[in-house]
Structure formats: structure tokens, C-alpha cells
Design a protein around this ligand. Structure first.
Ligand code: 13P
Length: 261
């Protein structure tokens, strides 16, 4: 089955609305149009409204980095899915490793967020991944089992069609240490197999699974060439419009070795 690639830039806590505007204007001026992949920008909450206006009429998609599971109420500092939808978001991250490890999001909380996102007809990107200590202790599969079972608890096979999974090994995030294409492929194949066992072969064949962790122009192609990798979730290298555009060009170029940049 052919799955449509998704390439997303997660800006984390970077860029004011003005800087967001500058990025989008330069990106749109510089990038080539790739009709055969989805491109997604995930700026901070405060830039969503400005980004949404600038992206209207383009084929770039807008997403948010996190959400609260409640629809409204006394949750100081929180943002609901309805608010994100009103700002033009289509995708929402749930369970990014920084949310899990810095802010303490549990698998139950991630599951609640996922359900709230689906309940508002938006598309969740469920992030999973192990720490260095867990990988070295050979606990990668048990960590993934727990994050997948917890995050996808009580999700129907039909709802699963709206979900994207991002495998982001914590040890590769912002460290410059990328998983090798073979390591990323092996772990993502494991995640796909998990979906097959717990849902169906059809669901696992259709599931888009992204890799994230120090993706850059020089490694994007060899990662994307792996059979189970359907795109990238990019942090640092998505902050510069030229670098983000180059990653997309590399990932979407025909199979071959990485270009030496
Ligand atoms: P880096 O690309 O900076 O390693 O970040 C990856 C990430 O966390 C994207 O969500």
C-alpha cells in the first residue's frame, strides 16, 4: 500500500508571530511544490492565528504542539481542541517526549488528549519513543508497547484511520545523534507490527508512521527511503525555511543515497 508522506516542522517554543510570518513568506518563496506529500507547520500557540491567515490558499497544513483534553473551563494556561480548530489547525501532537518528560504527561493523559482531538474531527499525531537508558537496557519494545497501548486505549479501528504515529527516540531529539536509517526502520516496523497485532493488517498497512530526532537535509533521504518510514517530524532543522525546504526536497527526491551537503 502507498502511504502519503507527511513532513512536519515542530517549532517547539520558538518564533514570535512576526518571526512566523517571516518564515512562511521565505518558505513559500523558496520551496518547490511537492504535490505528493503533506507538509505541516507546528508553531507555538501564539503564532497559530497569524500562520493560519498566511497559509490560507496554500497547500501547507497547520498543527498544534499540545492540547488540553477538556472542552473549556477553569484550566489556567491551557488550550482546548475547539480553540485550535478555530485557529485553522488540522493536526495536533499528543505525547511529544518533551510533554512526557518535562511536563509529566502520562499515557492516560495522552489518551484523553487523543480522544478530545478525534472528537473534534482533527488528526492526532501520537508521539512515542524510548530514552537512551531504556534503549541501552533493551527496554525499547516494552516502552513502546506501553505507550502504544496507553495512548490508543479504547480507540476504534475506524478512529485509528485519522491517527498518525511519530516514533521519536528521546536520545536522538535535539542531540544531533540521529538513529541510523536501519535503527529507525527496525523500530518503526515494530510499531507497525504492533498495530497489526492489536488492530488489523489493513490498519497497520494504512498507518502513517513518521521518524523524528535530528532529521536534517543530509539524512532525510536515507530515512525516507526506508520502507516503513512515511515522513519526518523535525525540530531544530525546521526553524530555518531553507533547511526545512531542503529536507522536503531530499525526502521527496527519487531513491538514492544521501546527498553530501
Ligand atoms: P530535533 O529535530 O531538533 O531533534 O527535534 C525532534 C523533535 O522533537 C520533533 O518533534
Amino acid at each position: 500500500m502507498r502511504r502519503r508522506p507527511l513532513i512536519a516542522g515542530n517549532w517547539k517554543m520558538n518564533k514570535t508571530p512576526q518571526e512566523t510570518q517571516e518564515f512562511i513568506e521565505s518558505y513559500l518563496a523558496a520551496s518547490s511544490e511537492h504535490r505528493d506529500c503533506d507538509v505541516l507547520l507546528i508553531p507555538p500557540f501564539t503564532s497559530l492565528d497569524r500562520a493560519s491567515r498566511l497559509l490560507s490558499g496554500t497547500n501547507l497544513l497547520l498543527g498544534a504542539q499540545d492540547v488540553h483534553s477538556a472542552a473549556s473551563g477553569a484550566y489556567t494556561g491551557a488550550i482546548s481542541v475547539g480553540m485550535l480548530k478555530a485557529c485553522g489547525c488540522v493536526f495536533v501532537l499528543a505525547g511529544h517526549s518533551e510533554r512526557r518528560h518535562v511536563f509529566g504527561d502520562s499515557d492516560d493523559a495522552v489518551n484523553d488528549k487523543l480522544k478530545a482531538i478525534l472528537g473534534n474531527d482533527l488528526f492526532p499525531i501520537l508521539c512515542v519513543g524510548e530514552t537512551l537508558e531504556e534503549r541501552e537496557g533493551e527496554r525499547t519494545s516494552s516502552v513502546l508497547n506501553q505507550q502504544l497501548a496507553g495512548g490508543l486505549k479504547d480507540i476504534s479501528e475506524q478512529a485509528l484511520e485519522s491517527i498518525v504515529i511519530a516514533y521519536e527516540p528521546v536520545w536522538a531529539i535535539g542531540t544531533g545523534k540521529t538513529a541510523t536509517p536501519e535503527q529507525a526502520q527496525a523500530t518503526i516496523a515494530y510499531v507497525r507490527h504492533w498495530i497489526e497485532i492489536h488492530f488489523s493488517r489493513q490498519a497497520s498497512d494504512a498507518m502513517r508512521i513518521l521518524y523524528g530526532g535530528s532529521v536534517k537535509p543530509s539524512n532525510a533521504r536515507s530515512l525516507q527511503n526506508q520502507p516503513d518510514i512515511d515522513g519526518a517530524l523535525i525540530g531544530g532543522a525546521s526553524l530555518d525555511p531553507d533547511s526545512f525546504a531542503q529536507i522536503i526536497d531530499e525526502a521527496m527526491s527519487p531513491s538514492g543515497e544521501d546527498k553530501v551537503c
